[in-house]
Design a binder for this molecule. Sequence first.
Ligand code: FER
Length: 300
Amino acid sequence: MKTTCMTLMIGASALFAFGAGESRSDPGNSREPGGTGGQSPGPADAKPAFSAPPAGFNVARDGIPHGKLEMVNYDSKTVGTKRRMQVYTPPGYSKDHKYPVLYLLHGIGGDETEWQRFVNVSTLMDNLIADNKALPMIVVMPNGRAQKDDRANAGMAAAPAFAKFERDLLDDVIPAIESRFGVRADRESRALAGLSMGGGQTLNFGLTHLDTFAWIGAFSAAPNAKAPAELVPDPTAATRQLKLLILTCGNKDGLINISQGFHTYLKERNVPHIWHVDGNGHDPTHWGSSLYEFAQKVFR
Ligand code: FER
């Protein structure tokens, strides 16, 4: 509960910090039609690219098969401790089969339990798989704060540990998953997505390791994201390697300038991506909706 508040509080304070900039009257915007109620309409393409999920999308249903959620320990050479990650395996999981894997990263106030608490990932996946809307996949929810005390109470002081997690993910988390589970171990069978601080990590790690991840989703990416030109110095190469890049943000999220900056950079360089702006803030409704869409599109 405390950690939930932490992320929301930091999101909210970020909103104050960034809010004024967001509602700036951009001269480019004043030419856009369609403003309502005197509010700035924002760029014309800052609009939903997909619908909100149907009611009950993450509510448990009787009469469908359910996957399994387990807490898994692994030895982290990067941190020098035993660390935890939560792992969803789909209904009928067998180590003899090979599944694709989605790695899902949490926000500044979260840990390996945050995604599940925020949007009920296991039930969301059960429902999508039962309806044939998503392929059976493993979902790994690690702790993205790569330091000895990785509890969710350090706030922004843990920002360096979120950067250090790049090595933990690549050198410790992925090898542990691929040795213990039935996993397809190639780039087109690995997706990386995250919310806020985890969205920034996703852009930083994913776009610089397209040899490892072909499917990337950054939801409400935070200012820990490096500059687009640094992450995508070669737009042609990125275009060739990316199977999917989704950027999402709520138009009431004070951090939208980060995602907007990526979208603008990519659009100007013709790097295919989905840019989704909905009416949410920096909140689990937005992250549930983004994951619901991303999970349907990956590994196809
Ligand atoms: C910041 C504002 C918010 C920032 C990170 C966040 C690194 C993260 C918010 C979250 O994860 O919810 O300035 O800088």
